[in-house]
Design a protein around this ligand. Structure first.
Ligand code: CO
Length: 154
């Protein structure tokens, strides 16, 4: 495993659409392992492959309940609204208020290509939406209803 460099806002790779993963091979597993290690080292709760310079539909998330690996994730159901603060490892030191669904259902594949269905509420729902947005080249700043000073956050 290796820690990868996190791409920062301003790099055009963050604005590109990621490609669907078709090979569930050792290369993918290494990417997933490296992304998890990179996320934990940076104290993030999620990381998408474009953030390490790879335009593949691959995401890792850990909001405190264990590591979630998503390959080719798609939101298939979204309910409710939840207004909350959000940041991004690619946009260090900046925070914004983003309205997200309070519940989402995600269809994805695991590292072996098997279909998985996951449900998330609140912070996990927010993380699913935020990371899947990265695969479309969308940053939370694009959606923020306002940016906030970190001192405003508790
Ligand atoms: Co992000």
């Amino acid at each position: 495993m290796a820690i990868r460099n996190i791409v920062k806002e301003g790099d055009e790779i963050l604005r590109k659409k990621s490609r669907v993963v078709v090979k569930f091979d050792e290369r993918l597993h290494t990417l997933l392992d490296d992304m998890a290690q990179t996320m934990y080292e940076a104290h993030g709760v999620g990381l998408a492959a474009p953030q390490v310079g790879i335009l593949k539909r691959v995401v890792v998330i850990d909001v405190g309940d264990g590591l979630i690996e998503l390959v080719n994730p798609v939101i298939v159901e979204a309910k409710g609204k939840n207004e909350g603060s959000e940041g991004c490892l690619s946009v260090p030191g900046e925070w914004g208020i983003v309205v997200r669904p309070s519940k989402v259902k995600v269809k994805a594949q695991n590292r072996y290509g098997e279909e998985i269905i996951l449900k998330g509420t609140d912070l996990l729902a927010r993380a699913f939406c935020h990371e899947i947005d990265h695969l479309e080249g969308i940053l939370f700043k694009d959606l923020a209803i306002r940016m906030v000073d970190p001192s405003e956050l508790e």
